[in-house]
Design a binder for this molecule. Sequence first.
Ligand code: HMG
Ligand code: MG
Length: 299
Amino acid sequence: MTADIRIVEVGPRDGLQAEARILPASVRAELVDRLVAAGLVSIEVGSFVSPRHVPQMADTAAVLAGARRPGGGRFIALVPNLQGLEAALAAGADEVAVFASASEAFSSRNINCSVAESLERFRPVFERLDGTLPVRGYVSCAFGCPYEGAVPMSAVTRLSAQLAEMGCYEVSVADTIGIATPHQARAVAAAVAAEIGAGRVALHFHDTRGQALANIYAGLDAGITSFDASVAGLGGCPFAAGATGNVATEDVVYMLHGMSLSTGIDLAALIAAGEFVSQHLGRRTGSRVARAQAAQAAA
Ligand code: HMG
Ligand code: MG
């Protein structure tokens, strides 16, 4: 039975890439196993980027080697260029994700090149793959940039169309710094959907200002059925000033199930996975639903 809503779990990558405490590959692999056991099918397990820039993701090959795939889980690896793709292929990734920014300033800080140059770096990625693995694309700073401020919607729709045309089966429209509010979220989602089709759009909200669930609701209203989320609300980007965690997967699942929308995810097992990683990071979970459940259990 297919779920009404697709959740792409980005915790093992987006969630852990900005954490001060670097988790060993064995713990990252166990987190992935627990997420698979909770019913998550699409999991971004890590990235193949410069370990000098992002030491947290250095052992992603070992995570892919250590994690299991019962029930047809798909492990996604984030790659910035051909070098990253080769490493992802050697490590056995099932899918890769490329990432570009709707703002020049963030592109430069994040990947040290212009937006146009980043697209040029993706061309050999698509050529090398030649359709053998699915490719997802991200549009960062789609709702605002920490360095440039407002980002024109035309930049978002243009970049989304370019990524879709290059071969991305889905474009994840990302609020890197958690600045969007619901009417904007709906307008941007609808504009990208009009450009590439609602079925090829995903939304990726960081929850920096507490707007992410409302923005997801607005995205549903625009006909979007694919959302990124991070277990325990972990996340952030080391190159986006002030960015904090992604919306917590537990909270998204709670909201969707409460709206009678299926996800295929077992909320209790997901909460347990969030507790596992929070303990290893030595911090409290960012999921409000997980906190509420823990408080109820303790009462
Ligand atoms: P660069 O420094 O601009 O230049 O790297 P380079 O291409 O000349 O390479 C320099 C060094 O990096 C060389 O090594 C390369 O071999 C190495 P050296 O000779 O100095 O020892 N290198 C690599 N190493 C490992 N894997 C690779 C790779 N490519 C080159 N794939 C680069 C460009 C993109 C690699 C670098 O700037 C980088 O790694 N940046 C980190 C980007 C990143 O991971 N950002 C966070 C993820 S994006 C995000 O969080 C947003 C998202 O969640 C959506 C949203 O919320 O907006 C997706
Ligand atoms: Mg992100």
